[in-house]
Design a protein around this ligand. Structure first.
Ligand code: MN
Length: 464
C-alpha cells in the first residue's frame, strides 16, 4: 500500500537508514541546496532550524531528496520496481474522487498577514537563480467554467512579502487563467507544500483538462484523498499537507520572473510572467517545508514515471509488440526514450519511432531495441546500437519538430528528432546475432568451484 503522508514516508526512510539530519542552522542561501545535492541519489535530508545569513529563520525544518531512486518510488507506492508503470497507469485509468473534511491538519495554524520569507524557510538554490524559489509546490486551481480542479508543479519566485512570480506553460493552469483574465477576474489558487510521494507523482500525470490529478493520488493511495476548503477561497487542498499558501493569480499583471535552474541542468530564462497575490498561509502545528533541488533525482523521477506510464500506454495501443519504455537519466528523464519490443516485422521499429515522437513533444531521441535488451541499462542499450544499428539504413531523422523550449540546443523549442532502430533483422542465419553464452555462466552452482581467496604465499605466485 502507498504511503499516505509525507511523515509516514519519512519515518520509513528513517527506519531504513535513508534519512540524515543536518546540523541546525544551515544557511537557506545555497547551503541547504548544496548539502542536499551532495546527498542526491542516496539519502533524504532534514534541515532543522535553517537560517538566512545571520537572521533568525522561521522555526520550520526543510526536507529534501524524498525520492532518490526508482526503487524508492516503487516502495513509496507499495509495489515492486517493475510494477511502477502499471500501478501509475491503472491509477490514471481508475481515479478515485476526493473526500472533503472540515478539520484538517494543514489548517491547524492560519497566518492571515503572510510574509513569505518570514514565515517559511524558502531556499535560494542555484548560483544564477533570481532569488529564493518554492520548487516543490503543487499549484491547485479550479476551472472557472467547470469547477474541476487542476494540479501542476510550477516554479514560484518570491517577489515580495505576499507576492510570487510564476512560470506557467501553455497547459491546463494556463487555460484556466486565460478564461479568468478574459472575464477580468483573478484566478483563485492554492499551493500545497509537503505532500506524500504518491500525491507528488500524481500531480505530474499526463491527463486531459478537467481531470483532477488529486483523483489519481486517491487511486494510488487506494482510498479517497482527504481535502479541505481553503480559508480564503474555494480551492480544495490535501488536508494532510504540511503547508498551504492561498492566493490569487492577478489578471492583467506581469512582472519579471527568473532565471531559475531547470531539469536539463541549465537555466530557464527570465521574462515577464504572471503574478500570485498571497492571501494567507496555513500550516500544521509544527510544519516541515519540502524543497526540490533542480535537476536532482527527485526532480527527474517526478517527470519520468508519469511520462513513461503514458507513453507506454499510447505506444501499446498501436504496437502490441512494445514491451517496455524508459526515459534515460542521461536524457534527463525527458528527451531520450528507449523502447523494448518483440520484433515481428521489418520496418515496425521505424513506425514505433514515429509513434514515440508524437507521444510527447519533449522526446528528441528514440532508440528501439529487441526484447533481450534491458532498457533500464544504458550500457546494454549502447551495446545494441553498437552491434545492431547502421546509420545509413536504420536512422530516422525528423527536421524541425516541436520539442522542449528548455533544450538550449533547440531553436526556441523547434527541435530536430532522431530515431535509431537498433533491432536485429527478423531473418537470421546460423550464428548471425547469436549472443555468446558459456553453458553454466548463469548457474550460481558454478561458484562451488571457487575455493577461496589466494594467499600471496601461494607457490604459483613466487618468482623462480
Ligand atoms: Mn491537468
Amino acid at each position: 500500500m502507498a504511503y499516505r503522508t509525507l511523515r509516514g514516508w519519512l519515518r520509513r526512510l528513517a527506519e531504513t537508514d535513508r534519512l540524515v539530519v543536518a546540523t541546525a542552522g544551515a544557511d537557506l542561501d545555497f547551503e541547504v541546496a548544496a548539502v542536499a545535492k551532495r546527498q542526491d541519489g542516496s539519502k533524504a535530508v532534514l534541515f532543522p532550524g535553517p537560517k538566512r545569513g545571520d537572521a533568525n529563520g522561521p522555526d520550520v525544518p526543510v526536507i529534501a531528496n524524498l525520492l532518490a531512486d526508482r526503487s524508492w518510488v516503487a516502495e513509496a507506492l507499495g509495489v515492486e520496481p517493475d510494477g511502477v508503470l502499471d500501478c501509475f497507469r491503472s491509477a490514471v485509468d481508475h481515479p478515485i474522487p476526493w473526500e472533503e473534511v472540515a478539520d484538517a491538519p494543514v489548517q491547524q495554524s492560519v497566518i492571515r498577514e503572510p510574509d513569505l520569507l518570514r514565515d517559511l524557510p524558502i531556499p535560494l538554490h542555484n548560483e544564477h537563480d533570481s532569488g529564493p524559489y518554492i520548487s516543490a509546490g503543487l499549484i491547485i486551481a479550479r476551472n472557472p467554467r467547470t469547477g474541476v480542479q487542476n494540479v501542476s508543479i510550477n516554479r514560484l519566485q518570491i517577489s515580495g512579502p505576499d507576492r510570487m512570480g510564476i512560470l506557467i506553460l501553455p497547459r491546463h493552469l494556463h487555460a484556466f487563467y486565460q478564461a479568468a483574465e478574459e472575464a477580468g477576474d483573478a484566478l483563485e489558487v492554492a499551493i500545497a507544500i509537503g505532500v506524500d510521494p504518491a500525491t507528488l507523482l500524481a500531480s505530474q500525470a499526463i491527463v486531459p483538462i478537467d481531470f483532477d490529478e488529486l483523483e489519481v493520488a486517491g487511486a494510488l493511495h487506494g482510498k479517497p484523498l482527504r481535502v479541505v476548503k481553503c480559508v480564503t477561497n474555494n480551492v480544495r487542498v490535501p488536508a494532510d499537507a504540511e503547508v498551504v499558501i492561498e492566493g490569487r493569480l492577478l489578471p492583467n499583471v506581469r512582472e519579471m520572473e527568473g532565471p531559475f535552474a531547470e531539469f536539463p541542468q541549465y537555466y530557464g530564462p527570465a521574462g515577464r510572467r504572471e503574478v500570485i497575490q498571497v492571501d494567507a498561509i496555513t500550516t500544521r502545528k509544527a510544519p516541515m517545508f519540502h524543497t526540490i533541488v533542480s535537476a536532482g533525482m527527485e526532480h527527474l523521477l517526478l517527470g519520468a514515471i508519469p511520462r513513461e506510464a503514458t507513453i507506454v500506454a499510447l505506444l501499446q495501443r498501436s504496437f502490441p509488440s512494445v514491451m517496455d519504455v524508459h526515459l534515460s537519466l542521461g536524457g534527463i528523464c525527458r528527451y531520450h526514450l528507449y523502447v523494448r519490443m518483440k520484433k515481428r516485422y521489418e520496418g515496425e521499429p521505424k513506425n514505433i519511432i514515429a509513434g514515440a515522437f508524437s507521444a510527447h513533444a519533449d522526446i528528441k531521441q528514440v532508440i528501439v531495441v529487441d526484447e533481450d535488451v534491458d532498457v533500464h541499462d544504458a550500457t546494454k542499450v549502447e551495446w545494441a546500437v553498437a552491434t545492431r544499428f547502421q546509420a545509413g539504413k536504420d536512422l530516422v531523422l525528423l527536421h524541425g519538430g516541436l520539442g522542449s523550449r528548455l533544450d538550449p540546443s533547440s531553436d526556441d523549442g523547434i527541435s530536430d528528432k532522431m530515431g535509431l532502430d537498433a533491432t536485429m533483422p527478423v531473418k537470421r542465419d546460423g550464428l548471425d546475432y547469436v549472443v555468446v553464452h558459456v553453458p553454466g555462466e548463469d548457474d550460481p552452482a558454478t561458484d562451488r568451484w571457487i575455493a577461496g581467496p589466494a594467499s600471496p604465499d601461494l607457490a604459483h605466485l613466487q618468482e623462480d
